[in-house]
Design a protein around this ligand. Sequence first.
Ligand code: THU
Length: 157
Amino acid sequence: MTNKEIKIAYQECNSLDQLDSQDRKLADAAIAAIVSSYAPYSNFNVGAAVLLEDGEIIKGSNQENAAYPSGTCAERTALFYAGASRPDKAVVKIAIAAGQNGVLCESPVTPCGACRQVMAQYQLKGGKPIEILLIGTKKIWKFEKVEDLLPFTFDSI
Ligand code: THU
């Protein structure tokens, strides 16, 4: 066997003020989307904002259900809505923010595995890298493409 290694590159900054205007707008949209979160079980409110190639921003939030698996994360709400309502527009960026009891999280919230897989699929569909912005009030991470969050993505069928 040969030893192999994968390196993940990402950027970090400490405040929303350090983002360029496009990223700032998308981050603000993700934060704004948190108000529509329906999370009576976890009380963890998540907002996501998807930027389409034509500049349109689509928002989504987590929607929980008494039958737990029936709920969905903010990222998938936004991506599926974008896919269903703007099927011909590639997704080029997604921002994610979260809060609890009306207070934004200080650290970035990293998407679950299922959301990473869905991001990977929309990246494949759109044919353009999807940048990912994970927003915390004290730390922000930016990834250039989905592979940086999901190496060895399943796309074999
Ligand atoms: N959640 C998201 O919406 N996105 C994430 O990236 C992490 C988790 C939701 C799912 C569930 O409604 C709640 O947060 C607690 O896990």
